[in-house]
Design a protein around this ligand. Structure first.
Ligand SMILES: [Zn+2]
Length: 383
């Protein structure tokens, strides 16, 4: 078609104006005349899209304008072959996925296979059917989580970026495991059981040691924040400082819960976030993975993932999750926690979650499906 240019009038000009107003590159849709203001705006648009800058709307610029009219959520997005969906809504989706730490590839506004895989991974982690298409339910989940990254919190974008750049392999990564409490009188939750007394500090130390063994075997460098019976109690800030000093890539803090009601039970995870909706996106992802792996593998009651501003979560410079692995005051949870075999199951769920944090998108798998006994083989196989 002939380029639409300065001096032209008519419905096509009106449409171009209205798209550019939507993009905030033009202040008013009136009049339906290709005037100087419109030409300036077309040039700005061409520059922003890497097109030839001539101030006229030919086929290429028209195609880009047409793609630009789509707003995220105004249509269902899916991977279509061979004619991929293209649009500003796809670009917005890709940018949001990248902000949240998913590898959606370069934000090129084209809904290709890589974008679909990133969407599927996101869906799996929030408990939706991982079909790789972005419809109303997925949009709802994105909006819910997306609010937390509005305004591009630089710290968390950097955290997500650093994490992405650190590569897919567990080998050589440093992980800090933080068994809660311990030291002096700080035993955490204590529950008498006949002649025995179970306490949180000892049980989480046992869990931490088991996890340490499994992660070391998988090639990670593992540190614990404390030994079995430290002389002094440690604050959350001290534990965070230790992890920062060691330059840990991840931190997992292990606790148990207790409640005056014996019917309170289940597993909960916590990542850094504040009441006004700001959140550590990679930390939230780690918390979601841990929560879902444990719930799926053990059938424990799902007390969900929550954002908290606790020192340990706030002061650490790496993705950090705190897991409350059940209520020592609940008979169901206590029986699980005092049984070494069930503790091993909890450790395997944690191991699977850590592994999934480092899986490239192409190799991510459904929750509960990683056979952690095969981890070593999978790593060897990757070279
Ligand atoms: Zn505790």
């Amino acid at each position: 078609m002939r380029s639409i240019r300065r001096g032209d009038t008519g419905p096509a000009v009106a449409e171009i104006r209205s798209i550019l107003v939507g993009l905030e590159l033009l202040t008013t849709a009136e009049p339906a005349v290709f005037d100087d203001a419109l030409e300036g705006s077309v040039r700005a648009f061409q520059q922003s899209r890497g097109l030839g800058i001539d101030g006229m709307v030919g086929d290429e610029t028209w195609g880009a304008l047409d793609a630009a009219r789509w707003r995220l959520g105004s249509r269902t997005l899916f991977h279509s072959v061979p004619d991929a969906l293209v649009g500003e809504d796809v670009r917005a989706l890709q940018e949001r996925l990248l902000e949240m730490g998913y590898d959606a590839g370069r934000p090129d506004a084209v809904y290709g296979a890589r974008t679909a895989r990133a969407v599927a991974q996101f869906q799996r982690e929030v408990g939706l059917v991982p079909d790789g298409s972005c419809g109303p339910q997925t949009m709802k989940a994105l909006r819910r989580l997306g609010r937390k990254v509005v305004g591009g919190r630089p710290q968390w974008l950097r955290e997500a970026e650093a994490f992405r750049q650190s590569g897919p392999n567990l080998v050589g990564k440093t992980i800090m495991i933080d068994p809660g409490h311990g030291g002096g009188d700080d035993t955490g939750v204590v529950v008498p059981d006949g002649p025995l007394r179970w306490n949180e500090a000892d049980l989480v130390f046992d869990l931490a040691s088991r996890l340490e063994g499994r992660l070391s075997a998988a090639g990670m460098r593992v540190h614990l924040t404390r030994g079995p019976s430290p002389a002094e109690p440690m604050s959350g800030a001290e534990r965070a400082a230790l992890a920062n000093t060691l330059g840990a890539d991840l931190l997992i803090s292990l606790h148990l819960d207790g409640h005056e009601s014996a019917s309170a039970e289940g597993v909960a995870t916590y990542h850094y976030g504040t009441g006004n909706g700001l959140s550590s996106t990679v930390g939230e992802r780690l918390a979601n993975l841990v929560q879902r792996e444990i719930v799926v593998r053990t059938g424990m009651h799902d007390c969900r993932t929550h954002a908290k501003g606790w020192d340990l979560l706030r002061l650490t410079r790496m993705p950090t999750v705190r897991v409350d692995l059940g209520y020592l005051t609940s008979k169901t949870d206590r029986e699980r926690l005092i049984d070494p075999q069930s503790r091993e199951q909890l450790v395997e769920a944690l191991l699977a979650a850590v592994q999934r944090m480092y899986f490239p998108v192409e190799r991510d798998v459904p929750t509960g499906s990683i056979d952690v006994r095969q981890l070593r083989l999978a790593l060897a196989d990757k070279g």
